[in-house]
Design a protein around this ligand. Sequence first.
Ligand code: ATP
Ligand code: MG
Length: 394
Amino acid sequence: MNNDVMIMVRYGELSTKGKNKKDFIDCLARNIKRMLIKYDSLTYEVKRDHIYIHLNDENLNEVSSVLQNVSGLSSFSYVYRIDNNLEKMKEFALNLLLKENKKTFKIRAKRVDKTFPMVSDEINRHIAGYILSHSDYKVDVHNPDVLVSLTIREDFTYIYTNDIQGLGGYPLGMQGKAMMMLSGGIDSPVACYKMLRRGIQIECIHFAAPPYTSEAVITKIKDILKVLSFYQGKIILHIIPFTKLQEEIYRYAGPSYAITIMRRMMYRISERLANKRKCLVIGNGESIGQVASQTMVSINRIESVCSLPVIRPLSVLDKVEIIDIAKKIHTYDISIRPYEDCCTIFEPRNVTTAPHMDKIEQIESAFDYETLVNECVENKETIVISEEEDSSFF
Ligand code: ATP
Ligand code: MG
């Protein structure tokens, strides 16, 4: 049955027309080919309405599981090519349904070749009648378990059943780049994934505070990025030496304001790097109300240091929803490895959930953070992570 099978890919949120539509399709086709690069017998036909992938000798299930992770792809179907012969159509439709092992069906034939001697309705009735008498399937025209579609063209008939869902959204690279703040926790990898599936390319920034944080955290971050690089190919990671600035923050801010000031510094550094690296937005894994620094008041006071937009894909998700996604994308097990985050090492007590602007300004005017912020940016270490390996960048 696999001999003449191909995959028909439908586009995601393709509401645009003209040049934008062409860019969307080109970008999606490029990403599909990149993600399927190791299946080198595949051949592609890129059309206005669909992309057809000819399997040749490649494994259908493996190719299918990669396609389910391509952003910008709304759904796809396995399409079988058979002769324009009613007997063949009946038999093939029956076989497809028996393989699905469901209860109800509907036949939807479309006659592109108007010389075919029956109209669509007649074809539908003939095939449905055959299936009813050769199986336990029942017809359900409104909500069938399996919809069998047939398109009769001049040369062949193309037959396929239900769609397999893709990720939707936009192809990666359509929307420009984001600088993502990546800790070793559960949330930020999920935030990165959400951006990627929306077609946003990412670079990551991580604040490391050795010796308070260990090299194991960096290994963890790299492992997370290896998982995420499946969606993007290579991901650039900037590691910021944060220790000196953090010690100063703690000295001047005291326990209840340390986190607020620290996060303002993180945003300042992220923004500088975002501008340098031509990122249009900053992103992170904050979720409203999750911790003291993520109350609405805190977010308001912290984000005010930035002029770039800050995107928080998880802002309104519950922790359980975030964990479900982390498990689905295989970052959860890496994220829960024990580690010390630079947010937790100084054990801030009585962390304020509603920081006052006056107090923030008073703390920040007491020390020369600008120099330290510049040092952080200048002394960053940049590496490139890909699925197989990581390597130094600059
Ligand atoms: P995560 O949110 O990733 O599970 P977390 O809960 O330990 O980690 P929070 O304290 O909730 O982190 O911080 C909120 C967000 O700030 C994180 O999602 C991440 O985007 C960013 N962030 C926190 N710590 C760091 C860090 N050391 N380096 C880079 N970004 C960080
Ligand atoms: Mg968090």
